[in-house]
Design a protein around this ligand. Structure first.
Ligand code: ZN
Length: 80
């Protein structure tokens, strides 16, 4: 990746354009799903992967009717 830093203006609907070279580097295609999360005072954007419906964890997932649950949330549900 050549460029690792870019300043972009956000529009009135809260949208930004992810630079083309960033998209190419991460193989992000048109209509790909991206996961957006808040970490401290940063907005983190990455390619979406299967994640727990409740907590967003990507570890130890179980699929149920097209949704994913992590082990911790599954255990919480069992005890509910
Ligand atoms: Zn979970």
């Amino acid at each position: 990746m050549k460029k690792i830093y870019s300043i972009r203006k956000i529009d009135n609907l809260g949208r930004i354009v992810i630079p083309m070279d960033f998209r190419k580097a991460l193989e992000i295609q048109e209509w790909d799903e991206l996961a957006i999360s808040l970490r401290e005072n940063e907005v983190v954007i990455r390619k979406a992967q299967n994640a727990c419906t409740f907590c967003g964890s990507e570890e130890g997932l179980t699929e149920y009717e097209g949704r994913f649950l992590c082990k911790a949330c599954l255990e919480k549900l069992k005890s509910f």
